[in-house]
Design a protein around this ligand. Sequence first.
Ligand code: SAM
Length: 281
Amino acid sequence: MNLSDIKTIESLLHKNGFSFKKSLGQNFLIDSTVCPRMAEMACDQETGVLEIGPGIGVLTAELSRVAKKVVAIELDERLKKILPETLKECNNVQVIFGDAMKLDLEKIIKENFSDCEKVSVCANLPYYITSPIIMMLLESRLPIDNITVMVQLEAAERICAEVGTRESGAVTAAVSYYAEKEILFEVSRKSFMPSPNVDSAVIKLSILKEPPISVDDEKKFFRLVKACFAQRRKTLVNTVSNTLNIEKNKLREALKMLELPETVRGEQLNLEQLGKLSDLI
Ligand code: SAM
């Protein structure tokens, strides 16, 4: 079954009375070139792949071809009727119905991938929870090698920006603490059904064994990062003192020690400077 073919998809969905739910970020891929590329770049024959949101299984089938095993987590129970049909030839795939944000992913990985050399997460992510899913995967320090996912182009550019540039945001600094990041390729909005209003991109986050900087208190570091970007137009002193309730003079002193001007904005600090500032306050 060609799961990228519009007519095949329409007849499959019609037969099962399925209609797209925008609230679940359901934009299915209809471009036959995208999934093979994603699969090849995410995994190999020794990899166990965790997929989030298989939809009708277009990416799942490609991952099944390239990887050792695939576990796909899907929230929409209406797909219980469709996925067994579309994936019937994929013997190394297991589908779990549930919310990827709530399931015990560590347990799922342990139970399914103990015989795999490495684990990847690969997905065409539902856009409404892109950052929360990525941050959950990183913060829970799952034993994964890489996260190779499709996200909105704007989110891809933000996540993969260099920390300390105008394009960066809190998510840039947070992701950079855990992973090396790159945009693999862009995908046109026309490659989806229904077509969203924006283009997309596939990004790869290669998980680092150790963070690139060391900080005394990770929680404090991430609170500072969030505060730095809370009010982008304000100076760091103003936004951080408002958000974290820290005396302005204390912040000015810390900036002086880092040889940074007191007018600096949060987005202008690189990862190392953010880490040092967090230790100082
Ligand atoms: N992989 C398919 C494709 O590329 O055509 C579908 C991708 S679609 C952008 C996102 C999928 O994620 C949908 O199937 C949706 O039902 C599912 N989904 C949404 N929220 C989810 C969640 N919290 N946990 C697991 N799956 C979710």
